[in-house]
Design a protein around this ligand. Structure first.
Ligand code: NOJ
Length: 744
């Protein structure tokens, strides 16, 4: 389908006080930017237009070899309007200089990079950030990432990654918000706001890119790049909401995903880019491919060659070709042959030029290339403080048999494990320009927490992988001498991320055996897990005296974990994704359907496995605290309400323990009878609250008609009258229910 929508019609509803960054980008005859864009476009040759639609990496990309060297010549010749993987103020300044001094039309370049959870100062991996359920923290992480990236010459990040996934075999689970559309949409808004701010005039922010559009997180078998096939209902209800929230929050760019969906590769999918993105969501910015996504359509088998692939992509609504060189090599010919109207090329280039004007690059092409600012901003103390704060909010306490928090007065502490004194892994995958040498290891964090006087015995014990147990004896000896043991185990950072799908998601090597033997000493053992995905760890999950899920927490990981271990921060994270008992349960998620034969332990002929339970190891929304929270029975302001009326549900939460702490109060909904089967629970709200010991707080959620809506039998987004269960609690598996009924 040829998309001939007028350029930049996107005018979005504003939410709260926040003014989306693109709000200024209204078009129409009076739009001064649109006039400038047209005046530049009028000067351009077809080759130069295609050049603006071309994005190259400057060197070895993080995900594969580059296709074309000689990018400086390309810039000079006007064959390339944007670059990625080029950063630092000095390098981008030099490249920009070539563009604005040596090319015919002097059009400035865009500089993109995968600033996913930090540029130099690394924050927790996005899955970890989602575990904070703290949208201010997530926004702050993106804001700092943007400030550092912008200081290093970048003006565009390929983030946020908003692929909902219910399959922890898929390695990119670390990069997204987890399994839930509602939580994912909230994280999307926070990240877009953090990356882009409220004005493109701001030199501290960068363009955001919602990716990977769409449903890249649902590859069959959890194998990266694999086929995606699902009902349109599931696609719209589960997978689209985070992308949509990102676009509606003002994300100026969108990246097409590698996968096909229902037989059509996303990169050539006019239903996705045209009907949904531009049509339904009024997206005003531009779409970029993911890497060689255009050329890959030949392997997908929907086009015979790269020329046809370029035609399919551009007509489907993809404005910029990352790295395929398909536009560069063939689009001119396609226009000559009448296969692609030049009007479509003009439209695509308008989007891209508009973006450059919006960022102010025509006025000051070096706006983001300031060495002095770069030195001042990167790794600043303020950014370290922010990283530490977000990191400790992202930690999830999975088990605690009275071990934690440890006393700072402890006499002898054993710190054990292959990740205990490790720095390189802490940055996690997709770590931008982050470097392990800037990270605080757990051992260092503990040492600075306890001071020089503390007796800390360190032993590695074993490697992350392999069969070698020769280090066990030293580790066990250290444990026997100690009053408590901290064991840091998990994965290598490159075991999750792109192209790291795994069939078995166990703790690698001898690490779990080391944990078992340490626990057998009878000493209190706190296990610190560092990993990028939910792991299957039956022994630890049922026997570890204490178990902390610490993901990859970034530059300040060691300090943040020490804050939690010694009670300077009371853990408040909740799982954004289900942890299975066994890989055979995957996909496993809280929001399943009841089926016609719901699980009944007394009846064989109900939905279940005969060898393992249906239930997960740790459910979505689960996470402990050093204090306990007591919930009152939830109350509604009206048990029967009319369509269109609001319903308020209120619960009182009390901190019944002795330590101050934060709780994520979660609201779930179940539609009891509807025209299609509905999940047994869907997250519809959450609030993170801080309570002092003994303090009680009333928490209220307001539900509108939209919260009861779904895609009905006829695919209308609508609420149907009838009864609903509203459920409130501190985890998806621990809720109290109140029933309400909607009437016409
Ligand atoms: C491929 C990845 O899928 C995508 O997320 C990333 O932004 C690009 N490569 C560029 O590095």
């Amino acid at each position: 389908m040829i998309i001939l929508l007028p350029v930049l019609l996107g005018i979005f509803l504003l939410g709260g006080a926040f003014i989306p960054a693109h709000e200024k980008a209204r078009s129409g005859p009076e739009d001064p930017i649109a006039r400038k864009v047209d005046s530049v476009l009028a000067l351009m040759t077809l080759e130069e237009k295609i050049g603006q639609m071309t994005l190259y990496t400057t060197d070895w990309g993080s995900t594969g070899p580059t296709i074309r060297p000689g990018y400086a010549d390309d810039i000079r010749a006007g064959n390339c309007g944007a670059l990625f993987n080029s950063h630092t103020a000095a390098f981008t300044r030099e490249l920009q200089r070539i563009a604005v001094e040596e090319s015919r039309l002097k059009i400035p370049l865009l500089f993109g990079f995968d600033v996913v959870h930090g540029y130099k100062t690394m924050f927790p991996i996005p899955l970890g950030q989602a575990a904070s359920w703290d949208m201010e923290a997530i926004e702050r992480a993106a804001e700092v990432a943007a400030a550092e990236a912008a200081a290093a010459g970048l003006n565009w990040t390929f983030a946020p990654m908003l692929d909902v996934t219910r399959d922890p075999r898929w390695g990119r689970v670390m990069e997204g918000p987890g399994e839930d559309p509602f939580l994912g949409a909230a994280a999307a808004r926070a990240q877009v706001k953090g990356f882009q701010g409220d004005s493109f005039d701001n030199a501290d922010r960068v363009l955001a890119c919602v990716k990977h559009f769409a449903a890249y997180g649902a590859p069959i078998g959890g194998r990266d790049y694999n086929t995606v096939d699902m009902s349109e209902r599931t696609f719209r209800e589960v997978y689209l909401p985070p992308y949509r929230a990102g676009v509606e929050a003002g994300a100026w760019t969108v990246m097409a995903s590698f996968n096909d969906i229902d037989g059509v590769p996303a990169t050539g999918n006019s239903w996705l880019m045209g009907d949904i993105l531009r049509g339904e969501w009024n997206f005003p910015g531009f779409v970029v491919t993911d890497y060689t996504g255009i050329n890959e359509m030949v392997s997908h088998g929907v086009v015979a060659n790269e020329k046809e692939a370029g035609e399919l992509a551009v007509l489907a609504g993809v404005e910029m070709d990352m790295q395929s060189a398909a536009y560069q090599n063939h689009l001119k010919q396609s226009v000559r042959e009448g296969k692609v109207p030049e009007a479509r090329i003009d439209e695509a280039v308008r989007h891209i030029l508009y973006t450059k004007f919006l960022l102010g690059l025509f006025d000051d092409p070096y706006k983001f290339c300031n060495k002095e600012r770069e030195q001042r901003v990167l790794l600043s103390q303020e950014h370290q403080d922010a990283s530490r704060d977000v990191a400790r909010r992202s930690i999830v306490l999975l088990r605690n048999e009275g071990v934690l928090p440890l006393s700072k007065e402890i006499k002898t502490l054993a710190v054990i494990g292959p990740l205990a004194d490790d720095k390189d892994n802490l940055i996690g995958a997709w770590s931008g320009a982050g470097e392990g040498r800037h990270c605080v290891s757990l051992l260092t964090g503990i040492r600075s927490k306890l001071g020089k006087e503390a007796n800390i015995l360190y032993a590695k014990g074993c490697e992350i992988e392999g069969d070698d147990q020769s280090g066990f004896a030293e580790a066990l000896a250290a444990a026997r001498k100690a009053d408590a043991v901290i064991l840091a185990i998990g994965e290598h950072k490159d075991m999750s991320g792109e192209a790291t799908s795994k069939a078995m998601i166990r703790i690698p090597g001898q690490q779990e055996e080391l944990a078992r033997q340490l626990a057998a000493t009878g000493k209190p053992v706190a296990v610190v897990l560092m990993n990028g995905r939910p792991l299957v760890m039956p022994w630890l999950a049922e026997n570890a005296p204490a178990l902390l899920e610490c993901w990859w927490l970034g530059t300040q990981a060691g300090n943040a974990i020490a804050d939690v271990l010694f009670g300077d921060y009371n853990p408040s994270g909740k799982l954004p994704i289900t942890f299975p008992r066994h890989e055979g349960q995957i996909p496993i998620y809280y929001s399943y359907k009841n089926t016609g034969r719901p699980f009944n332990p007394d009846s064989k002929w109900t939905t279940k496995y005969i060898d393992i339970p249906n239930t997960p190891q740790f459910p979505f929304g689960y996470g402990l605290s050093y204090t306990t929270f007591r919930y009152s029975a939830p109350k509604v302001d009206r048990a029967v309400f009319r369509r269109g009326q609001e319903v308020k549900i209120t619960v009182t939460v009390e901190n019944a323990g002795r330590l101050a702490g934060e709780e994520v109060v979660q609201l779930y909904l179940r539609d009891l009878v509807a025209s299609t089967t509905r999940p047994v629970k869907e997250l519809k709200g959450f609030q993170k609250i801080m309570l002092k010991p003994g303090e009680r707080r009333e928490v209220q959620f307001t539900l509108t008609e939209n919260d009861f809506a779904f895609y009905t039998r006829t695919m209308q987004w609508a609420a149907e009258t009838g009864s609903f269960d509203l459920m409130v609690g501190g985890s998806s598996d621990e809720v109290q229910t109140v029933r309400v009924t909607m009437i016409e």
